[in-house]
Design a protein around this ligand. Structure first.
Ligand code: GLU
Length: 422
């Protein structure tokens, strides 16, 4: 069966294999030494199964893709409020290495341009540059599910030619954004950019974000879903240099690219994609990488704003095992919209029953909004002289009041028996 997906991937990759436009990044001399023909893609499902096509085993430097992960680590370590006090979240519309800050706040406009990325490095709490790099290195490796290596040649090449980044770091220091020594912060930044990844590493890192912060391959929770939410938000608006608008329209996935030729793309809750092809367009994005992602999105229906159908109905069945007793059977993941549907249906049909049994035994997951709405429902029912029972063998509703009322049952049969002996 896996072959079917593999064929899709090979075919879509083959559609773009012959394109040779674009140019290698050469502002860091070492970057221009890679094979321009390299072209690979990996796709990880949210449960960690990886499909690969083309040069999925070729290592290249992560470059600016690192920015998304260091930002996530900064959020994880010091929290959103402290990070927001130093780095904005507005798209800049400028080149990634623009020597600029926001005119009013005097902070970097976002963490996906160099100014914001350098600031993000400085926010990782550590006693030394080595310790800071170790934390970053560990974090990326935990997301990838293997220990990543440093490309020492690229690191040294980047350090030797980094005048522009030095200008940015010293500017940040003068505006009070950087507390630490700019050269030490930059040294860590160059090292993070020079970590080597394959497209499969990127797909796994993306899948870790797609899973809300836990690595589907290792099962390890790397960060929280709140951190992931913020990171993905900034990737949507600022991840593709100043081509973010085109990317969101055509591909529609939070993503980040790097001048090494890599792109990481995330379909939240579903999958992670890693792509590599080092020939870049004039914005700095991989030419074939962007085209491939566009085709994947179109042909596999991956655009995160595609509304192909109503969100999956929360209600699985409604039936009356006894006169005046109605069972509402729910399933899937219950969030606000699903719970709203249940509450409205019960409200509309309230005249037709005396006892309502809400069966949540087939619900996979429920969030606080849905839990709040559904437990509020039992109070309203009571106020209307009706009786509400919940069938919740897994205890996913965890509503203490309902528990003390003794209205929770393990099976629908138990609830029906209680209703008939009222
Ligand atoms: N190391 C690169 C720099 O700071 C990262 C550039 C990129 O991938 O956009 O110039």
């Amino acid at each position: 069966m896996a072959l079917l997906v593999q064929e899709y991937l090979d075919r879509i990759r083959a559609e773009h294999a012959d394109a040779a436009d674009g140019a290698l990044a050469d502002y860091i001399p070492e970057l221009a030494r890679v094979d321009p023909a390299g072209f690979g893609v990996s796709l990880s499902s949210s449960d960690g199964f990886v499909y690969e096509s083309g040069d999925a085993g070729v290592e290249f430097t992560i470059q600016s893709i690192s920015k998304a992960f260091t930002y996530a680590l900064a959020l994880d370590r010091i929290g959103e409020v402290a990070v927001d006090a130093r780095i904005g979240v507005e798209p800049s519309g400028e080149a990634f290495n623009e020597i600029s800050v926001d005119e009013t706040t005097r902070m970097p406009k976002n963490p996906m341009i160099n100014a914001g990325a350098i600031a993000a490095v400085s926010l990782i709490p550590a006693g030394s540059a080595d310790e800071r790099f170790a934390l970053i290195h560990d974090f990326y490796s935990a997301c990838a599910g293997r220990r990543l290596d440093l490309d020492v040649d690229v690191y040294e090449s980047e350090k030797a030619t980094g005048s522009r980044n030095r200008a940015i770091a010293y500017m940040l220091q003068s505006f009070g954004v950087l507390d630490d020594d700019p050269d030490e912060v930059l040294d860590v930044y160059y090292r993070q950019c020079s970590l080597r990844v394959t497209t499969t590493d990127l797909a796994r890192m993306a899948a870790t974000l797609a899973r809300g912060g836990s690595n589907p391959m290792t099962g390890r929770r790397v960060t929280t879903s709140a951190v992931v939410k913020r990171t993905l938000s900034v990737m949507v608006t600022c991840g593709m240099y100043d081509a973010a608008g085109d990317w969101v329209s055509a591909v529609g996935m939070p993503a980040k690219s790097g001048v090494g030729g890599g792109i990481v793309a995330v379909l939240p809750g579903q999958l992670g994609i890693g792509v590599y092809s080092p020939l870049l367009d004039d914005k700095g994005n991989s030419v074939r990488g962007v085209r491939l992602c566009r085709s994947l999105s179109e042909q596999l229906g991956l655009h995160f704003l595609a509304v192909s159908r109503e969100s999956r109905a929360a209600m699985r069945a409604v039936y009356e095992p006894l006169e005046g007793v109605r069972v509402y059977e729910t399933h899937g993941d219950l969030s606000f919209c699903g719970a709203e549907q249940v509450v409205r249906t019960v409200d509309r049909e309230m005249r037709g029953f005396d006892v309502v049994i809400l069966d949540v035994s087939r619900v996979d997951d429920i969030d606080d909004a849905a839990r709040g709405l559904l437990s509020g429902m039992s109070k309203i029912l009571r106020a209307q002289g009706k009786t509400g029972y919940v069938v919740d063998p897994g205890g996913i509703m965890t509503d203490t009041e309902a528990e003390s009322d003794g209205v929770r049952f393990r099976t629908v049969d138990d609830a029906v028996a209680a209703a008939s002996s009222r």
